[in-house]
Write a protein that binds this ligand. Structure first.
Ligand SMILES: N[C@@H](CCC[C@H](N)C(=O)O)C(=O)O
Length: 316
């Protein structure tokens, strides 16, 4: 018998804990989010609260939920403040099912746009804003057309697989004729990238159910299916098309950290001479990925793309 008490509901059917919250709805290349400002960290939202708000039928509907909290009010935020005292805002990111993720690449652009539109920060094109996340400090530059994010360094999750050039990870999904090799990459959060030969194969891949990944990264994985273009490079820029199944969500129209992982894996597979700039087409739009020398001496990944707010409201 369950010992958990049922969640109290307001008249709207949403958990009473979220009633009265002001929110904005936004997206980055079709990856959509509900955003709330909680500067003093007073709203302790449960996984059930977040899942109810993100429900596409009985809530607002979103792939993810983002709470804007001043970094000083969260232990993870205080840790980021030690590395950069100017990282005053922390992105508390949850997946649509209420689970926590370390990082969201589309989300961090929409988060900064939300802070700007709410008047919580001031940022002219060219200005840079440091942000705290569970994957550490990220610096976001406002551009003329959107935002560019220094996502920090990437890592192989199973470095021995990559070193041996052995594709020891096996991925299967509905619609694939045979299981495929995958390469697991961390962008702060876990990804497994699979290359397909044809756009028709990408379209036939069924992503209603989570693909199986063996061995899976310990905390689960987002899975990206990519088709490198033929020819791969146009005007010095690598070209990819991608679909994604997100951990804690399902298929989404875009994933920023996924686009970064896809560029990492495809550049690795392409070998010496592969470009350091990539253009990634996703069902919801287009993202840019670049590899740059980071201030810490490691190679960093930069993600660029748009961020849009589409609505404001109050949860009832
Ligand atoms: N859509 C995001 C990634 C969100 C988190 C992911 N589902 C996870 O669990 O790691 C992005 O744009 O990066």
């Amino acid at each position: 018998m369950s010992t958990t008490s049922p969640t109290a509901l307001s008249a709207s059917g949403l958990p009473s804990g979220v009633a009265g919250l002001s929110f904005a709805k936004g997206h980055g290349t079709g990856n959509d989010f509900v955003l709330v400002a909680d500067p003093d960290g007073l709203r302790d939202l449960s996984a059930a609260d977040v899942a109810a708000v993100c429900d596409r039928h009985s809530g607002i509907g979103a792939d993810g939920f983002i709470r804007a909290v001043r970094s000083e009010h969260l232990p993870e935020g205080q840790a980021v403040l030690q590395s950069n005292p100017d990282a005053l805002w922390f992105m508390d990111y949850r997946n649509g099912d209420g689970s926590i993720s370390e990082m969201c690449g589309n989300g961090v652009r929409v988060f900064v746009h939300f802070l700007l539109e709410e008047g919580l920060v001031q940022l002219a094109p060219g200005d840079v804003l440091p942000i705290g996340t569970r994957a550490g400090l990220k610096t976001v530059t406002r551009t003329e057309t959107g935002y560019a994010v220094d996502m920090g360094p990437w890592e192989f999750i199973f470095p021995d697989h990559a070193a041996a050039k052995a594709m020891d990870t096996v991925v299967n999904a509905g619609g694939l004729e045979v299981p495929r090799p995958g390469l697991s990459v961390s962008m702060g959060n876990p990804h497994t990238v699979v290359a397909l030969a044809e756009l028709s194969e990408l379209a036939a891949t069924e992503l209603i159910k989570a693909p199986s990944v063996e061995p899976a990264p310990v905390n689960g994985t987002n899975v990206e299916f990519v088709v490198p273009a033929e020819p791969l490079v146009l005007d010095g820029v690598g070209q990819l098309t991608m679909r994604v199944h997100e951990r804690g969500v399902g298929e989404t129209r875009s994933c920023g950290t996924g686009a970064c992982a896809a560029a990492v894996a495809t550049r690795f597979w392409a070998g010496a001479g592969a470009p350091n700039a990539w253009h990634v087409r996703v069902p919801g739009g287009e993202l840019g990925v670049r590899f740059l020398a980071g201030p810490d001496g490691r190679e960093h990944v930069e993600l660029s793309g748009p961020a849009v707010l589409v609505a404001r409201g109050t949860l009832l």
